[in-house]
Design a protein around this ligand. Sequence first.
Ligand code: 5U1
Length: 677
Amino acid sequence: MVDVDPVTREEALALCEELNRHNHRYYVLDNPTIPDAEYDRLMQRLQRIESQYPSLKTADSPTQRVGGEPLASFKPVAHEVPMLSLDNAFSDDELLDFNRRVTEWLKLSGSLEYACEPKLDGVAVSLLYRDGVLIRGATRGDGAAGEDITENVRTINSIPLKLQTNSPPHLLEVRGEIYLPRAGFEKLNTEARTLGEKLFVNPRNAAAGSLRQLDSKITASRSLEMAAYSLGRIEGLVQPETHSETLELLRRWGFLINPHVEVTADIDGCLSYYRKMVDIRDQLPCDIDGIVYKVNNLYLQQRLGFVARAPRWAIARKFPAQEEITLLKEVEFQVGRTGAVTPVARLEPVFVGGVTVSNATLHNQDEVARLGIKVGDTVIVRRAGDVIPQIVSVVLEKRPVNARDIVFPDHCPICHSPVERVEGEVVTRCSGGLICSAQRKEAIKHYASRKAMDIEGLGDKLVEQLVDQELVHSVEDLYRLQIEQLEGLERMGKKSAQNLLASLDTSKETTFPHFLYALGIREVGEATARSLAQHFGSLALLCSSTREDLLEVTDVGPIVAHFIHEFFQQTDNLDVIKRLKEAGVHWPDIMPQDRQLLPLSGQTWVLTGAMDTMGRAEAKERLQQLGAKVAGSVSAKTSCVVFGADAGSKLKKAKKLGVSVLNEAEFLAMLTANGLL
Ligand code: 5U1
């Protein structure tokens, strides 16, 4: 063994402590204090020392987080203190029953304090610390015995390898949930999709799969997190009097504690907490499947004890499920504005994620093949967050003998033109263009929508009637509609007909970006329309631009440039624009001096987390009014990130990259200073 000189030993020790401290600031507190480059330099220095003197490679060394040699198998681990499960309550009444049982057991006459915590949808784990150093991580397994996943938990940055205290208990077992935030899940599946690999069904499965890797380097590559929620074995610790104080202690020792933990004075507080969390559930950075209520006082917990394998002092109030099982009754094909033919699953209605779902998109032919789905199959539907319902898998055991293959049409189901699949694209498209009434309907709906020409009163159903009755063929026909034609339509009285004509008239006065967006050019969303308008200032300049000119516009790449160029090459499109102008649609050009004047021109901003005072759409619009482009992800080119409550990975990344960040108050102050509030 190589002798280690005391100076180097001291240096390694100091580096270990310093790196662990920075790691905690970054991953748990969300508040890094040194730049990444400096962190990397310190890490490299420690790695160099450890490779020269392997005896200095301690269990709590941050160099151990990258993953080690693959294991042959996971060793079993017995839980000396069993890992319990929780009883469930599915309604307010069941929760009130729980409170009644608890108060009767304790013979209490007054109210009882509860700790309320989100129930994270992940994998329950146990972490064992001896003299403050993490020595073992284990899965829950059946509660009595699990598997040793020490190598894998070490790679999770929010798990302290060493407790942040000078007087750690001799033995401490911390329990909690390892989970994959939604952003990490989406990223993982996007990568899997590009590589043609199997997708994970939900973040919980992805977290479980990531922990079950024998090669911890794979675990290290997934952005898993862990939130601590209770203690198991302890030796040499005087426990605080309450559960909430225990969590506070764990927080001080370096653990991540869910920021939404709250203590309520009584059961009524628990009911309000539930309603509050249901409301914000979709905006949280990770899936939660309910709320856990725990009697806060540990002495009372001890008096209450256990029934079978669940504590009498805690209960999980479940949220409406985000995944449900149902039947695929039929698959129909819808034609969108750009001709994309999308298979839509017609389902036996099922209550999932808080709403009744009877349709789900099957995206495209590749997705149908990936799922191996047939009509008649029993399927699992998932509706989580703001995402549209998805079919995540097929229950093959329940496939009936008469299950039918999903056959893609070779002709458009609406206009019967041939459908085509462009090489390199996953989408099948109707080649009918404006002959296709489905495409025309969608184009008109888009033209009338709020962010386009904002024609109040022209809803989807009305557009369908107008096209079906051949009163409107293309968008310019809208401006030729007569009151007598409208009055004859379903659910249309004289007053509504007058109102519609008035809003059609008002819509003629628009802005260049709104008009451009309303044209429905492929891949030109609101932000690109705004960039194009800002860049060219007038339609004449945009129409005569070359692909090279278009590539100079912020956010326009070769594919988008191609679609824009194609659009303005087609005489049909130019004719529509001409007729719209003849009908009176007009907008002011954007003068060069105005293009420079916007305070955030040329900047890219990112919004993350939930704000108290305004929704995401409004914040985005305000930023765009100031000339900024609003992007969905953070990169070195991001000018600024605005963060609200529960901001997660985007904020972390911004800080890591040294991008400026504004909290809600600072953002509002900026808007006020620019006259937007
Ligand atoms: N947040 C939270 N989740 N969860 C799961 N707390 C919590 N507590 C649990 C479980 C199984 O068990 C304790 C009540 C022992």
